[in-house]
Every structure is written in C-alpha cells, then in structure tokens.
Ligand binder design. Sequence first.
Ligand code: KMT
Ligand code: NI
Length: 180
Amino acid sequence: MRAYYFDNVPCDQRLAHEPVPSRPVSADTLAQMGVLTWHIPVAGYEDKVDEVARERGYKNRDTINVSREGMGEAYEAKIRGFFEEHMHEDEEIRYILSGSGFFDVRETPSDAWIRVAVQPGDLLVLPAGIYHRFTLDERDNIKALRLFQDEPKWIPHARSSATDINDHRVGYLRAIGVGA
Ligand code: KMT
Ligand code: NI
C-alpha cells in the first residue's frame, strides 16, 4: 500500500494531502515504526487472512462498515472520533474488504504524520502505543475486517501528557528504539 508524508495543509481531511513532489515512505520504513502491511487479494482472501491471523494469534474478528448507510445517526460523531489523534493499548488490525481511506501514523521523534492509503486487499497492523488517526477519502465508504487477539478493546486514548507516559506508549518507543 502507498504511504507518504502528509502535507499538513489545513483543509478537508478526505483529500489526499500528498505533497508535490510526493515524499514516499516505504514498507520497510513503516515496519521500522512497527507498522506492518500485507496485500492479500480480496478474491479468495479467507485462507490467507486466516493464516496471518493464526500466526499472529488473532482469534476474533468482526466487520465494520464506515459509511452514512452503514452507521446511521452515529456517522458524523464516529468520523470525528476516528480522526482525533489517539493510541490504543492493543494492536489495531484492519483488512480492507471494499472502499478506501487513510490511516495517518505519527513518526517519532520527528512527530511528522505519515499517510497510509488503504484499499481493498490491504492488511494493516498498527502497534499498541503508536499515535494515529483515520479518515475516509472522498469516496466516503470503507468496509473492513477488524481482527483482535482476545476481546475487542477499542478504547481510544486521546494524545495527552498522560498517554506520553502510558506503559504501552513507552513500550512502543522502546521497541522501535526511540526515547526512554
Ligand atoms: C478505527 O478504529 O479507526 C477504524 O476502525 C477505522 C475504520 S476501519 C478502516
Ligand atoms: Ni485507533
């Protein structure tokens, strides 16, 4: 999947926000940040996704449909919430079934946003403790599998001085060899 530095232009979050010229970010660079990516074509995806899930211990899953039709009244609030910078104490794992969108992940220590453009067939793992956010693009819909190890724990912790010293945040920085 394609990734590049976000342009920081303050306008519609749904636009690509890709600078000209682009500043691409490779899968290796993402992996060094603990962000893992695979591409598994949607046609016949089940076995391959099951294999990754088995290897990484993702025992449970559900489907999320982010669109006006899929979410009804909760839509606007959900969209705002997804785009607020936050971290989780568990991995965030998404396999895109249809539609598209952008996951923005914070590079540390630069604090730059890197935008990851996801499309059908993309499997993305965000490590526990990474600061990130999500937005739909102009097509306004995405359907994804959400995988998780045990019980779903979707609690978003908004970035603050408290999350900066959260054990999972500190563990993340240590794992990627930055800071503490
Ligand atoms: C999340 O937690 O940010 C989401 O589930 C976003 C929609 S899934 C592509
Ligand atoms: Ni999240």
